[in-house]
Every structure is written in structure tokens, then in C-alpha cells.
Design a protein around this ligand. Structure first.
Ligand code: DAH
Length: 339
């Protein structure tokens, strides 16, 4: 029996050493150590062995069993490492191969200008908020003190969706929305798309862009308005820029004004950009009407504020010397890449 055991041991060693994958090793474990395995079989046969040889053969068998177990474990580990190495080898990445280029187009001039304007106002402590383009009449008109018979509410000017819903005609709607849900101090800007029924030509489009601004705090006066907007014009168009305010009328501000800036192209002497005026109209502004504050639930005796609204399309056209608004909406990457 001793010879047989030795033979089994040699055979097992040989087979295990030659095994090159985990499946084969598992099969070998079953073959030698499984329930019906060769070693297990021999251990069972021990009971028939005489008392004299039983301990010797028993020890031998157990030693062989342990040897086979250790060898199996060792070979298992070796095979696994090898497999891992091969896999890593296969998945090797050549980081020197030039990457695939993603063509991502170009930033739109309107976005460039909007981002720059937002950056200037952010540096003054304004935060940016968004509002919906489909808007209740309530926010677009009523709460901005624009009565039902106001000409801007006419069906020929506004894209109505239902009796009470329309595509917003101005970003001023965000003012009402924001004041209704926030307590002063308020300091926000809100850029976005607005819509008015209009013929399309080189300078008009039924969809265009505005940025709205609003401050409501204690003690805000016209001086704050003029200084803030003058500082914006200087930051955005250059330190030499001058501004002037002309009286105007808006329903939601009192007093109201329009702000012009000295032409950034000719400095005020008169040129094609400013149509020889020397000045360029930049935005509408004013002190928030007390009625508007009240309608939004802000005590007009305690708080005052100013607001402004600026068209972005014309500003971008002037800044980048673009002569046709249509170019903004064609999304031709050859056009967009120039900015
Ligand atoms: N919403 C006005 C427009 O579309 C622009 C405007 C004027 C906004 C005065 C304001 C403001 O906030 O105070 O023509």
C-alpha cells in the first residue's frame, strides 16, 4: 500500500504542477481529495490494515494529503497571478497614441456676452436666478403694474398660449416672481429669452434676449442706481465710458430712465456704430414702483429698490460688429467660431 500511496503522490504532484488553469486544478482536487478521491479512498481502506501498519500508513497518508493540499493552493495562486498578468498585458493602454478629438462647436456670442455681464454683476454681489419662458400674465404684466388695457398686452404683440399664459415678453417677470417668494435684501440678475410678435429682419426677431437686474433693500435710492449701472458700463465697455440718464416711462418703475453710454467705438465723436449720435442706448431702469413692492408683499414704506433691463442681442451685435441678427440663430459653426 505504501508504494501505491507514493505513486499517487508522485502522480498528483506531476499533474498539479502541469495544470495551467483553475478549472483543471479544481478537477485535480476532486480526483485526489474529493469524496471519492484517490487519497480519500485510501484513507477509507486504512480500517482494513493491520494494527501494526495502521499508524505508519495513516501518517503517510495524512502527510501526502497535506502536501497535495499545499501544492494545490500554491499552484492555484500561481495560475491566478499568471492570468492576471496576462489580462493586464492584454489591456495595456498606450498613452502616447494621440486621442480622438471631440468637435464641440463654439461658444455663442450671446452666451459670451451674457457670461461677461453676469460676471460683472456677480462681482458686485448679485446672484443669478432663472425664470420660465412660458409665464403667467400675472407675473409678466399684472404684478408689474401693467393694467389689462396696456398696449403691450395686446394679442398682436404677445404670443398668448391661453387666457392666462403667454411666452414672456420681458425678463421683468422674474422680478415679480422673486419678490413674491423672497424677503429683502434682494440683489439678483436674471438673463434669458423673451418673445414678442415681430417681423424678422436684420435687427428684429420674435425671440430675443434680455438681462434683468433687481435690488431691494432699506435706503436704496437713485444714486445707488446711477452708480451701479455706471460702474457696470465702465467694467464692461472700458473705464473711459461715460453714461447719461434720460427720463422715460415704465409701468413698474417710478421714476424711470433710459441709460445711454458714450459710443465704445468712437468715444462720442460720432461714427457708424452710434449712427453719429456719440451715444448708444443701453438699458431701461428705474426705482421699483411702490405698488409693485406692495403687490409682491414687500412693505414699500420700509424698503426701496431699483431695477434695470438690458437687451443682449443688440449689445452683442455692436460689440462683435455683427450686422445681421439672423446670424445668431443659424448656428453655423463657421460664424460662431469667430468670437
Ligand atoms: N422690461 C423692460 C423692457 O422689456 C426693460 C426694463 C425697463 C426693465 C426698466 C426694468 C426696468 O427692470 O426697471 O423694455
Amino acid at each position: 500500500m505504501k508504494d501505491i500511496i507514493e505513486k499517487i503522490k508522485d502522480m498528483a504532484k506531476k499533474e498539479i504542477n502541469e495544470a495551467s488553469n483553475i478549472k483543471v486544478l479544481e478537477e485535480l482536487r476532486v480526483k485526489y481529495l474529493g469524496k471519492k478521491g484517490e487519497i480519500t479512498q485510501k484513507l477509507k481502506e486504512l480500517s482494513a490494515v493491520s494494527a501494526e501498519f495502521k499508524p505508519i500508513l495513516g501518517k503517510l497518508l495524512n502527510d501526502v494529503k497535506r502536501d497535495i493540499e499545499e501544492l494545490l493552493a500554491f499552484q492555484m495562486e500561481t495560475v491566478r497571478n499568471l492570468a492576471m498578468k496576462e489580462e493586464l498585458e492584454r489591456e495595456k493602454i498606450d498613452i502616447t497614441i494621440p486621442g480622438k478629438r471631440h468637435v464641440v462647436g463654439a461658444r455663442h456670442p450671446l452666451n459670451i456676452i451674457t457670461n461677461e455681464i453676469v460676471r460683472v454683476f456677480s462681482s458686485m454681489g448679485f446672484s443669478v436666478v432663472a425664470g420660465p419662458e412660458i409665464e403667467w400674465e400675472k407675473y409678466n404684466f399684472d404684478m408689474l403694474n401693467m393694467p389689462k388695457n396696456h398696449p403691450a398686452r395686446d394679442e398682436s404683440d404677445t404670443f398668448f398660449i391661453s387666457d392666462e399664459l403667454a411666452l414672456r415678453t420681458q425678463t421683468s417677470s422674474v422680478q415679480a416672481r422673486y419678490m413674491e417668494t423672497h424677503k429683502p435684501p434682494i440683489r439678483i440678475v436674471s438673463p434669458g429669452r423673451v418673445y414678442r410678435i415681430d417681423e424678422i429682419d436684420a435687427t428684429h426677431s420674435p425671440m430675443f434676449h434680455q438681462i434683468e437686474g433687481l435690488i431691494v433693500e432699506q435706503g436704496i435710492n437713485m444714486g445707488h442706481l446711477k452708480h451701479t449701472l455706471d460702474a457696470f458700463a465702465k467694467a464692461f465697455y472700458g473705464n473711459e465710458t461715460k453714461t447719461r440718464f434720460r427720463p422715460h416711462h415704465f409701468q413698474f418703475t417710478e421714476p424711470s430712465a433710459e441709460m445711454d453710454m458714450s459710443c465704445f467705438n468712437c468715444g462720442g465723436a460720432g461714427c457708424r456704430v452710434c449712427k453719429n449720435e456719440g451715444w448708444i442706448e443701453l438699458l431701461g431702469c428705474g426705482m421699483v414702483h411702490p405698488k409693485v413692492l406692495d403687490m409682491c408683499g414687500i412693505n414699500a414704506n420700509e424698503y426701496t429698490g431699483f431695477a434695470f433691463g438690458m437687451g443682449l442681442d443688440r449689445a452683442a451685435m455692436q460689440k462683435f460688429a455683427i450686422n445681421n441678427l439672423k446670424l445668431f440663430f443659424e448656428n453655423d459653426v463657421r460664424f460662431l467660431k469667430q468670437f
